[in-house]
Design a protein around this ligand. Structure first.
Ligand code: ASP
Length: 591
């Protein structure tokens, strides 16, 4: 490279002992200036690494003084010779060398940044979001964005090899039902009319199958106006896929292949085949449709034991008439928990969203004795029966719940996660991947009691359950599947209905009137009359994937410009009020 015609010959992460004696030009941001009287060292950083510049007051006073005057985050260009460092730093790739600088240009100055640009920064999250461009200078963040690009590249490579075509779909559309609220965009040309931003390209990808495109994918933004529960963003990225002439097995195999490919490319991990767990079992044993199986701790039903059935303890006695179940989990090695610790567990399951009245505790002491919190009602034989049924061992604590089934499963499912967190049961190097299959097609809305869809209204019925569709729709399973990684839902999909009559019937069951159905989905159902092929697909949550693969705790940490927990972009200060003139053009009055 001709040094005089370029800003830089090398980046800040690549010079090593092999480059000693080379004349180089590098550019970067000033991370640190250290002044040792005669010698001054400046660390400059770019996204590839950090390189040390060296200045000597004896050999070039003016240049050394210039270096001493550099402020944090100044942008500089340094020319000089690569020399061996006397004080090597084994922690960084360039730690064996430094640049003996003979020319230093300040390309731009910087005012003092509001937090230190280091992985362990002193900036709080809101401050870092406001100055996201500085936050992204921190190596941990820019590395995550680089990994994000690699994950997406690997996904595309896998799909491109297999006849999938990436097709863009519009952002200004009509509502697609994914169970969330739509973001709306007012139309200026048709006042009073609104576009909806896609909650997903669901309908459009299905129409691409009707159109004969056979295999589609798209890395696509989706928009859902939800309250900020958990780790969500109002706009997020999906890898959205659809295939024609496939059954559930074809889809699972295709995307299991993609999953293995991405893990190999990004983490160099050879994943074993992914286990499959029916939804009903996931709920029964783990109280969740996205169980984390990096640790065991199953929910075990114990109502059938003599120790429970023939017990005079009122909660057990009334269980069957109250339609309550009795179930337990084993907290491995937790027998020595203090009263305070077990009280915390009890408080945890009593919280309103779990709603248990308490936990019955059975301790299997190290000396083999067994003690319970209801010893008055339990003799030795009964305690032994419980211990054996749940396969508890010395040192274990058994936690028993009695309540309505749904509450017991949810509360014990949450409790197993809470215990895992508190007791460090999760090996961070371990991965838990599983397919959840056979989701129910419908469920009851807790508030209104109406039948609602579980995933979206286009999922096909499980072939074994077609007979119940009219008589007992809640018993019908769907051909729907999720991929769960370390307890997080990372993909969701289904085989679709491709027949107009069945789609009409599902809309009817969901309580859509003819007019509503025509207005919202008429174009789709019409399309099904022109030879819709059997089809199915799925969508990966790209942000969640990248968070898992980079070890980020929340998806905001893998999104370049995320929103905060109240849906605000703190950097741009959006959403914000708009010019009254704009509102007038749109025919909108703010109340
Ligand atoms: N559109 C669905 C979703 O966003 C995914 C799918 O069924 O393909 O969850």
């Amino acid at each position: 490279m001709n040094a005089s015609t370029h800003y830089r010959t090398h980046n800040c992460g690549e010079l090593t002992e092999k480059d000693i004696d080379k004349e180089v030009i590098i550019c970067g941001w000033v991370a640190k200036v250290r002044d040792f009287g005669g010698l001054t060292f400046v660390d400059i950083r770019d996204r590839y690494g950090i390189t040390q510049l060296a200045f000597n007051i004896e050999t070039n006073e003016a240049l050394c003084l210039k270096a001493r005057g550099l402020g944090r985050e100044y942008v500089v260009q340094a020319k000089g010779k690569v020399i061996e460092r006397s004080n090597k730093n084994k922690n960084i790739a360039t730690g064996d060398i430094e640049i003996e600088v003979n020319d230093l240009q300040i390309l731009n100055e910087s005012i003092t940044p509001p937090f230190t640009i280091e992985n362990d920064t002193d900036g709080g999250e809101e401050l870092r979001m406001k100055y996201r461009y500085l936050d992204i200078r921190r190596p941990i963040l820019n590395e995550r964005l680089v990994t994000r690009a690699k994950v997406i590249k690997a996904m595309r490579a896998y799909l491109d090899e297999r006849n999938f075509t990436e097709i863009e779909t519009p952002v200004l559309i009509k509502s697609t039902p994914e169970g969330a609220r739509d973001f709306l965009v007012p139309s200026r040309m048709q006042p009073g009319n609104f576009y909806a931003l896609p909650q997903s390209p669901q309908i459009l990808k299905q129409l691409l199958m009707v159109a004969g495109m056979d295999r589609y994918y798209q890395v696509v933004k989706c928009y859902r106006d939800e309250d900020f529960r958990g780790d969500r963003q109002p706009e997020f990225t999906q890898l959205d896929c659809e295939m024609s002439f496939v059954n559930q097995e074809d889809v699972l195999q295709t995307f299991e292949g993609l999953t293995k490919y991405v893990f190999k490319e990004i983490k160099n991990i050879d994943l074993p085949d992914i286990i499959r767990l029916p939804y009903a079992d996931a709920i029964k044993y783990y109280g969740s449709d996205k169980p984390d199986l990096r640790f065991d701790c199953k929910i075990i039903d114990i109502d059938a034991l003599d120790a429970i059935k023939n017990n005079t303890f009122p909660l057990f006695q009334n269980a069957s008439s109250a339609k309550h179940i009795v179930a337990a989990i084993v907290a491995k090695g937790c027998v020595a928990m203090s009263r305070k610790q077990t009280d915390e567990l009890v408080d945890y399951v009593k919280m309103p969203n779990r709603g248990l009245s308490g936990l019955i505790q059975v301790k299997v002491n190290e000396d083999g004795t067994i003690k319970s919190t209801i010893d008055k009602f339990m003799n030795e034989v009964q305690l032994q029966e419980i211990v054996q049924a749940v396969q508890a061992e010395k040192g274990d604590l058994i936690l028993i719940a009695v309540e309505k089934e749904s509450k017991v499963r949810k509360a014990l499912g949450d409790l197993r996660l809470e215990l895992a967190k508190k007791q460090n049961w999760i090996d961070k190097d371990k991965w838990s991947l599983l397919w959840i299959v056979d989701f129910p097609l419908f469920e009851l809305d807790e508030e209104t009691g109406a039948i609602i869809f579980v995933h979206h209204p286009f999922c096909n019925i499980h072939p074994d359950d077609v007979a119940y569709f009219d008589s007992d729709p809640l018993k019908c399973r769907a051909q729907q599947y999720d991929l769960v990684i370390n307890g997080a839902e990372c993909l969701s999909g289904s085989i679709r209905i491709h027949n107009k009559e069945l789609q009409d019937k599902v809309f009817q069951k969901l309580g859509f009137s003819e007019a509503e159905k025509d207005e919202r989905f008429g174009f789709m159902v019409n399309a099904f009359q022109y030879g819709a092929p059997p089809h199915g697909g799925c969508a990966f949550g790209v942000d969640r994937w990248v968070a898992l693969l980079t070890g980020a705790d929340v998806i905001r940490d893998v999104i370049a410009f995320p929103k905060n927990n109240s849906g605000r972009d703190l950097m741009m200060d959006a959403p914000s009020v708009v010019d009254p003139k704009q509102l007038k053009e749109l025919g909108i009055n703010i109340q």
